[in-house]
Write a protein of this length. Structure first.
Length: 527
């Protein structure tokens, strides 16, 4: 399931990145292509301007023939003709000064003195057409089969060379037999007279060639980036899903543990009920009923823990904040746990430090009925310290010791009550400490089951009375309760030496307004 989710996350991450990269590459390609086209069009227009200024335009002058008086000469020849001239020819020569200008023409020989036979790939070709659209001069080695189309904005045309029979080897032509050109055709005129048309051509592969190279480069770059993004996406999805996987594994473990914890008591209850029904001995029935009662309490605690965490997740804290004398509350918890400690052979001690002797806050001491009074929910604090103390007793071997201490301290400029629960038990491994307050987390089985009696020599009731029970919720609940009271909790432990839980709860002066017996609530949260 998690591998499939990880693959989906990586694919989504890679797909979104690929789409963005393709959009970027397409936009970049279109931008570069349009820039190349604009550059060629600007070049062609510039060439047209230069050629127009370089054209040699000459006037066409028609000769003016003056009338000649014809007189008869001896020999039958007119007097206006010389003897060496044939009939019908003018007798005088043309004098340019006596001519008459009628039109203009372009001197092609002077304007285009030479036509290179060999040209480079990156070149510009020229064609000159007369006013009627007939090709008069061209730098192409062979004529183009492209109709004349005046266009000063530039256009892309496709055509082929027209074979004439005297064109050079096709391998020597500046273009393939079929080609694409970028052309600008400009009409050249003086006044109202059209002298002709100048067509300037540039190879279109000057756009397509770098465009294809750009496409290859962009494709390679996009593929490399997508590959890198896929690898990074796979790594990041693994990092993102790791906490979910860990939580799921803890949930599976908790489900298995909870099922086991529920199944065994239910099986024992069922067995004891069956025995009680089969044996009418009242004394035996009393023992079996006590076992059933103890197991039902255990099941009730498990259900209460689950319900408590569910309410916390829903934001329903249900705090009933009153003025609480923490030393008295701890004394009550210690007295309740003395029976459990005695059964295990563990010494349980409560050692409060006299807060009035430290002089930490004399003004506050005068207002409070107890130097250890805080604003808190008594039921939740009872649950908190019951969990911590019973946890210490549970994992401390016989002849061990659990010490509960209480004192006033200063943290971050404020007054706090510090409670420590220190045991001499088996301790907690260093690698388990970061997860000790996680829900559904249970430490190493060696810690959860010390000195277990072999089930082959014990009854079901004895197994459940001697076996340390833990659902992985007690410390998670403890942390939630401390956070509800704006406090802090820490743990320090060494294997085979013991564990110390430290809780800091803030002292606030408004708790002095609460009645000592808790009948009047002083709520810290404005409820």
């Amino acid at each position: 399931m998690f591998q499939a989710t990880r693959r989906r996350l990586a694919l989504w991450y890679t797909g979104v990145t690929a789409v963005l990269l393709l959009l970027f590459a397409t936009g970049f390609y279109l931008y570069v292509r349009s820039t190349l086209v604009e550059r060629i069009d600007d070049t062609l227009n510039h060439v047209v301007e230069v050629i127009q200024r370089s054209l040699v335009v000459e006037p066409i002058v028609e000769p003016v023939v003056e009338p000649v008086e014809l007189r008869s000469q001896p020999g039958g020849q007119p007097s206006g003709q010389s003897s060496g001239q044939s009939s019908g020819q003018p007798s005088g020569q043309f004098d340019g000064q006596s001519g008459r200008q009628s039109a203009w023409r372009v001197n092609l020989d002077a304007s285009f003195p030479s036509n290179a036979a060999a040209v480079e790939d990156d070149h510009i070709d020229l064609e000159w057409f007369n006013a009627a659209g007939n090709l008069l001069w061209s730098t192409f080695s062979a004529p183009l089969n492209i109709p004349l189309h005046p266009n000063s904005d530039g256009e892309t045309v496709y055509g082929r060379f027209t074979p004439t029979g005297d064109e050079p080897d096709p391998l020597l032509l500046p273009y393939p037999s079929t080609f694409a050109l970028r052309q600008v055709t400009q009409q050249v005129q003086i006044g109202d007279q059209v002298l002709g048309y100048l067509r300037v051509s540039h190879p279109w592969f000057e756009v397509t060639k770098p465009s294809r190279q750009l496409i290859r480069d962009l494709s390679l770059g996009v593929l490399l980036v997508i590959g890198a993004v896929a690898a990074i996406g796979w790594l990041l999805s693994g990092l993102a899903i790791a906490p979910v996987r860990d939580s799921y594994q803890r949930l599976k473990q908790f489900t298995a543990d909870a099922s086991h914890e529920l199944r065994n008591p239910i099986a024992v209850i069922q067995t004891n009920v069956q025995v009680a029904l089969a044996d009418p001995d009242p004394s035996l029935q009393q023992d079996q009923l006590r076992v059933i009662e103890r197991l039902t309490r255990r099941l009730g605690r498990l259900v209460d823990d689950l319900l408590f965490l569910a309410r916390q997740d829903s934001g329903i804290t249900g705090l009933q904040v009153n003025g609480i004398a923490l030393d008295r509350l701890l004394q009550d918890v210690v007295e309740e746990q003395q029976a459990l400690a005695a059964d295990k052979g563990v010494t349980l001690l409560f050692q409060p430090v006299d807060a009035r002797l430290d002089g930490s806050d004399k003004a506050l001491d005068k207002l409070l009925p107890s130097p250890y009074t805080i604003a808190a929910d008594a039921d939740q604090l009872m649950r908190l310290f019951t969990n911590l103390i019973s946890n210490g007793i549970q994992y401390t071997a016989s002849s061990g010791k659990v010490v509960v201490s209480l004192q006033r301290t200063k943290l971050a400029g404020g007054s706090y009550l510090q409670v420590q629960v220190q045991d001499t038990g088996v301790g907690i491994a260093a690698e388990a400490l970061p997860h000790i307050f996680d829900r559904f987390y249970r430490a190493d089985p060696a810690r959860t089951s010390p000195a277990r009696t072999s089930p082959a020599h014990t009854s079901p009731a004895t197994q459940h009375s001697e076996r340390p029970v833990g659902s992985g919720l007690g410390l998670a609940i403890a942390k939630v309760i401390v956070e509800n009271h704006h406090g802090q909790i820490q743990v320090a432990s060494t294997l085979n030496q013991g564990t110390t839980f430290t809780v800091w709860l803030p002292c606030q002066k408004n708790v002095a307004l609460a009645h000592p017996n808790g009948s009047s609530a002083s709520n810290l949260h404005g409820k």
